[in-house]
Design a binder for this molecule. Structure first.
Ligand code: FAD
Length: 490
């Protein structure tokens, strides 16, 4: 049976596809790069290169530059921000799950650069701020929603202010190694191919492109649907809210800053733990379920549903360009059908239209890169901390089924961010953690941002000291992170 048919059968049976160890695939990419005459390419030199300017990458680049490194950020799109401005509803989570555990102290457990971003957004009306969830707070006790477009602007400005050399519309297209270290990366843009050298690298491409090009070990689990998340405008939020409430079909709920006014609905919907409410008309629910659409959203504007997700399960890994191309069309058709259902069945949405879509489909994970440590679920729900913690984190996307013990936190260890067998490569974002349920925690935006700050800081320190990532003394990393307002619980 070929892999595609095998995958289809496995998915149909509801079984996670066994890991595809793609060492053959990564080898073939590396080989083709080795054949290029790299010496002929225009070359640039940096201390630190951050590959991918998304959720984790922008924070990594700001951290590296603020710590004195001559930093380059390579981003394939024309803007920075990544999935945080394309995929999900709210930034999960700057806080521990205190409301689900009476008596537990409310703690902001992620601070540092991620909080700097929120502070900047607050100044221009680009976030609801950190608000308390009033319904289903056993899932997340706090809600932090953002304006996707202002987020792109703010992080772009922060990168520029930090002195990061920003290369947008530039793809990481290959890597060249000397022994077990990366010497440089090959990029592709309208200026052609170039060679970017650096002392230390961070892979924050979400799909682990740089690691794969550098021959790192990885697996492709294909255990999530892909998604394109759209913004729907011209909606009467209060009318929709009243309808859902009257029909006893309200799921999560939070109030906060909306268009400059406090105490407004900023998170609501008709979903509970990824299940659409059965109190809504059957034809509507059946249609929405068939389309793979979501009914939970956030907003920072009076007439806008910021994120409505439309999911689609690919038969193969989302690194398969040909299958992704088909899915891009199917998802756009399903977004339109979802809008039609909203207009027909949901009061307040009669005149709605699609105001924003993501430029390409999103994925909850592509490649998972093998690092020196792979965080298991037990570490997370057990609230384990390490002697090389780089941050504390307390959110789990499968709560209340899986929660961090006693509303506390676990630590992400530095060793979980060091790409195995490569001396000068760190990984940050959704590309770490192989266990499905452990990843349901580490992949969330605020955890990715915290990993970004740690990897950017570590890369700057390694570059300054001219050492590999495994030679960095933890105490030096810890001191730098503490200086930059990272919060620790051990
Ligand atoms: C549909 C969906 C809903 C979600 N909902 C939520 C939610 O509600 N709350 C939450 O906290 N989390 C949510 N998540 C999870 C979270 O958004 C992601 O896991 C997280 O944002 C990933 O961050 P990252 O930095 O790893 O990747 P990204 O933010 O995707 O950044 C990767 C960046 O690298 C760039 N890139 C990729 N390859 C290359 C290359 N070869 N060369 C140059 N640039 C490249 C990309 O353009 C992108 O900018 C959701 C995810 C999805 C997909």
């Amino acid at each position: 049976m070929d892999r595609r048919n095998f995958s289809k059968k496995v998915i149909a049976a509801g079984i996670a596809i066994p890991a595809l160890n793609s060492s053959t695939f990564s080898q073939s990419i590396s080989e083709s790069i080795d054949k290029e005459d790299i010496k002929k390419l225009p070359a640039r030199d940096f201390d630190v290169i951050i590959a991918g300017g998304g959720t984790a990458g922008v924070v990594a680049a700001i951290a590296a530059a603020r710590n004195g490194a001559k930093t380059a950020l390579i981003e394939g799109k024309g803007y920075v921000g990544g999935t945080v401005v394309e995929g999900g509803t709210a930034l999960h989570s700057f806080f521990n799950l205190w409301r689900a555990f009476p008596g537990v102290e409310k703690r902001q457990v992620v601070r540092g650069i991620p909080q700097d971003i929120i502070d900047r957004l607050l100044l221009i009306g680009g976030t609801t701020g950190h608000t308390e969830v009033t319904n289903r707070y056993d899932y997340d006790s706090a809600c932090t929603a953002i304006d996707t477009e202002l987020y792109k602007l703010v992080v772009f400005e922060m990168l520029a202010e930090a002195g990061v050399n920003i290369f947008t519309n530039t793809l990481v297209a290959g890597a060249s190694k000397k022994g077990s270290a990366i010497e440089g990366i090959i990029t592709q843009s309208r200026m052609g191919r170039e060679f970017f050298r650096a002392k230390c690298f961070v892979d924050s491409t979400a799909y682990g492109d740089l690691s794969a090009y550098a021959g790192a070990e990885f697996i492709e689990l294909n255990d999530h649907p892909v998604c394109n998340s759209m913004g729907i405008a011209n909606v009467n939020i209060e009318k929709l809210y009243t309808y859902l409430t009257k029909n006893n079909a309200l799921g999560e709920l939070a109030f906060g800053l909306r268009d400059g006014k406090d105490g407004q609905i900023i998170r609501f919907g008709s979903e509970s733990g990824y299940t659409i409410h059965d109190k809504l008309p059957k034809e509507f629910v059946d249609g929405i379920v068939k389309l793979g659409s979501g009914l939970i959203t956030t907003t920072v504007h009076d007439n806008y549903l910021m994120f409505i997700k439309v999911n689609y399960k690919l038969p193969v890994s989302p690194t398969n360009r040909d299958e992704v191309a088909k899915a891009e069309l199917i998802i756009r058709q399903n977004q339109f059908r979802t809008l039609e259902l909203f207009k027909k069945y949901l009061p307040g949405c009669e005149n709605a239209f699609i105001a924003r879509t993501s430029p390409s489909l999103n994925i909850r994970r592509g490649r998972t890169i093998t690092c020196d440590y792979d965080i298991p679920l037990e570490d997370i729900i057990g609230g384990r901390h390490f002697d090389d913690d780089i941050m504390a984190y307390g959110f789990h996307d499968s709560a209340p089924k899986y929660q961090v013990k006693n509303g506390g936190t676990y630590g992400v260890p530095y060793k979980a961010l060091r790409v195995k067998n490569i001396d000068n490569l760190l990984a940050a974002g959704m590309l770490i953690t192989s266990d499905f349920q452990a990843h349901m925690s580490t992949r969330n935006t605020v955890c990715c941002m915290g990993q970004g700050q740690a990897t950017g800081t570590a890369a700057a320190l390694c570059a300054a000291k001219k050492i590999g990532t495994r030679d960095l003394a933890y105490i030096d990393l810890r001191r730098s992170l503490e200086k930059d307002n990272v919060y620790f619980e051990s």
